[in-house]
Design a protein around this ligand. Structure first.
Ligand code: 5AD
Ligand code: SF4
Length: 459
C-alpha cells in the first residue's frame, strides 16, 4: 500500500503592492499540485519565497536583510530549506541577488512564476539555469491554474500588468514591463470562479488598472472595445457585494469609469488616485502628463457622479528640484481635495530611472521636514474623515479575527478599518454596524445593534 507523501511547507512573504499580493496567491495555486501547503512561519517551511518590491530603496534593502536571516535558518535546516526570490527585485537585480546571497536557490521575475514547478525540478536535479526573468505576461496568465484557492470573503483579480506611463521616478515600467491587459473573457471566467467559491468582494488590481482595455467578450454580442467601466458593469452582474479597483492614473479616469461610479451600486465609494505632487512644474518633471487643475477637475467629476466618494492618494516629497513653493502647492492640493487616506514617501532615486540622474537632488533633512508636515496634514484629514462617520450605520465587510479573543476586523465602504468586540460570528459577512468611535486609523463599531446583511454566508 502506498503511503501518502507528507505535505511540504510553503511560506511566502509578500512585500509591496496589491499586484504582489495577487501573485503570491497564484504562486500558492501553482505550487499546490506539487504538494506544497502554506505554513505560518519560515522556520516551518521547506520552501520560502520572498515576493519582493523594488519601488523604493528601503523596500529593496529589507529583502537583503531578510535573506540574511533566512540564510541562518537554512544552515540550521542542514541546507534542506529552499529559498526563492520573486517579484520586482528579482526582475531588476536577479544576478546581483545570486552573487550577494548564495543561500538563494531560485530567482523568478513577476512574469515567470508559473515556471516554478519546472525550476524546482531542475533544482532537485541540480541542472540548468534557475533564474527566470522573461517578460511574457500573456503566457503567464494562460499558464496559471484556472482554479483558485480563496481565503476569506475578499479576493484580488489581476486585470492588467505593467505600465507605459514612464513617470520619471518609477521603476515599474522596467520591472513589470509594458502595459498588458488580460482579455475580458479570461477576467470574467476568473471572476465567476471566485464568485462560485463564495467571494463577496472583488478587487481588480494592476499597476495602472484603469488603463485596462480589451475586446468585448464574444457572448456580449455587439463586440467593440471595452474599458474598465464596461468591465466593472459586467462583473457587477455576477453579484458581488463590493467591487474595487487599484491603482489608477488620473489620465485614465475616462468617462465610462466615472459613469460606473454613478451607476454601479456595488462599486465602492472609494478611489485611490495617486497624484504625487501639487505643483505643475514638478508634475511635468515627473512626466505625470496632467496638471494639478486636471486632477482637481477629475475629483470634482467623480464627486458629482458619486457624492459620498472618499479619495486616497500617493505623494512624493523632495522630488529633484522641488522648491518650498512647489511643496506648498502640494499642501494646497491636499487641502483642496480633503483625503480620507494618503500615503506619502520621500523621493528615493532608483537606478535606471530618469529622475535619479537629475540635477538639484533635495537634501535628506529637507525631505524629512516636508514629509512630517505633509503627514501631519493628511493625519488631520484622516481623523476628520473618520470622526465624521461616528454615529452612522455602515455596512462592514468582516474579513478576519482581531488581536484579542472575540474581536473581529473588517472595513467600511470607505476602506476604514472597523473593529467590533464579541463579533467572531461575523467573520466573512457583511453586517450593518453602528460606528461609535474613531481614531486616525480605525473605527470602533458596536455589536448590540448589528444586523447581518447576508446571513446565508454563515451557513
Ligand atoms: N521614490 C519615492 N516614492 C516612489 N513611489 C514610486 N516610486 C518612488 C520613488 N522613486 C511611490 C509613488 C507611487 C507609490 C506606489 O510609490 O507615490 O504611487
Ligand atoms: Fe509608476 Fe507612473 Fe506607471 Fe504608476 S503610472 S506604475 S507611478 S510609471
Amino acid at each position: 500500500m502506498s503511503v501518502p507523501k507528507p505535505p511540504k511547507g510553503l511560506f511566502i512573504k509578500t512585500y509591496g503592492c496589491q499586484a504582489n499580493v495577487y501573485d503570491s496567491e497564484r504562486m500558492r495555486d501553482v505550487l499546490a499540485p506539487l504538494g506544497y501547503a502554506p505554513v505560518d512561519s519560515a522556520e516551518a517551511a521547506d520552501l520560502v519565497v520572498l515576493n519582493t518590491c523594488h519601488i523604493r530603496e528601503k523596500a529593496t534593502e529589507k529583502v537583503f536583510s531578510e535573506l540574511g536571516r533566512l540564510k541562518e535558518m537554512k544552515q540550521l535546516s542542514g541546507g534542506a530549506m529552499r529559498i526563492a526570490v520573486a517579484g520586482c527585485v528579482a526582475q531588476a537585480e536577479g544576478q546581483e541577488i545570486m552573487r550577494r546571497q548564495p543561500a538563494v536557490d531560485m530567482v523568478v521575475g513577476p512574469q515567470s512564476y508559473h515556471r516554478l514547478p519546472e525550476m524546482i525540478a531542475r533544482l532537485s536535479r541540480q541542472t540548468g539555469d534557475i533564474l527566470e526573468v522573461d517578460f511574457a505576461a500573456e503566457e503567464k496568465f494562460d499558464a496559471l491554474p484556472k482554479s483558485r484557492q480563496v481565503s476569506g470573503p475578499s479576493a484580488f483579480l489581476a486585470v492588467q500588468e505593467g505600465c507605459d506611463k514612464f513617470c520619471t521616478f518609477c521603476v515599474v515600467p522596467y520591472t513589470r514591463g509594458a502595459e498588458f491587459s488580460r482579455s475580458a473573457d479570461a477576467i470574467m471566467a476568473e471572476a465567476h470562479e471566485l464568485a462560485s467559491k463564495g467571494v463577496r468582494e472583488i478587487v481588480l488590481v494592476g499597476q495602472n488598472v484603469n488603463a485596462w482595455h480589451g475586446a468585448a467578450p464574444a457572448l456580449e454580442g455587439r463586440g467593440g472595445d471595452w474599458r474598465l467601466g464596461n468591465l466593472i458593469r459586467h462583473i457587477a452582474r455576477i453579484g458581488f457585494e463590493r467591487i474595487r479597483y487599484m491603482t489608477s492614473h488620473p489620465r485614465d479616469m475616462s468617462d465610462d469609469l466615472i459613469d460606473a461610479h454613478r451607476d454601479v451600486e456595488a462599486l465602492s465609494p472609494f478611489l485611490h488616485l495617486p497624484v504625487q505632487a501639487g505643483s505643475d512644474r514638478i508634475l511635468k518633471a515627473m512626466n505625470r502628463q496632467h496638471t494639478a487643475a486636471d486632477y482637481l477637475r477629475i475629483v470634482e467629476r467623480v464627486r458629482d457622479a458619486r457624492p459620498d466618494i472618499a479619495f486616497a492618494s500617493d505623494f512624493i516629497v523632495g522630488f529633484p528640484g522641488e522648491s518650498d513653493k512647489d511643496f506648498e502647492d502640494t499642501l494646497g492640493l491636499v487641502k483642496a481635495v480633503g483625503f480620507a487616506q494618503a500615503y506619502s514617501f520621500k523621493y528615493s532615486p532608483r537606478p535606471g530611472t530618469p529622475a535619479a540622474g537629475m540635477q538639484l537632488q533635495v537634501e535628506e533633512a529637507v525631505k524629512d521636514e516636508r514629509l512630517a508636515r505633509l503627514q501631519a496634514l493628511i493625519n488631520e484629514q484622516s481623523q476628520a474623515f473618520n470622526t465624521a462617520t461616528v454615529g452612522r450605520r455602515l455596512p462592514v465587510l468582516f474579513s478576519r479575527a482581531g488581536k484579542h479573543a472575540g474581536q473581529v476586523l473588517g472595513y467600511s465602504p470607505y476602506m476604514q478599518s472597523v473593529h467590533v468586540e464579541n463579533g467572531a460570528h461575523l467573520s466573512g459577512l457583511v453586517a450593518q454596524v453602528e460606528i461609535v468611535g474613531a481614531s486616525m486609523t480605525s473605527l470602533t463599531g458596536r455589536q448590540e445593534r448589528i444586523s447581518v446583511v447576508n446571513q446565508e454566508a454563515s451557513a
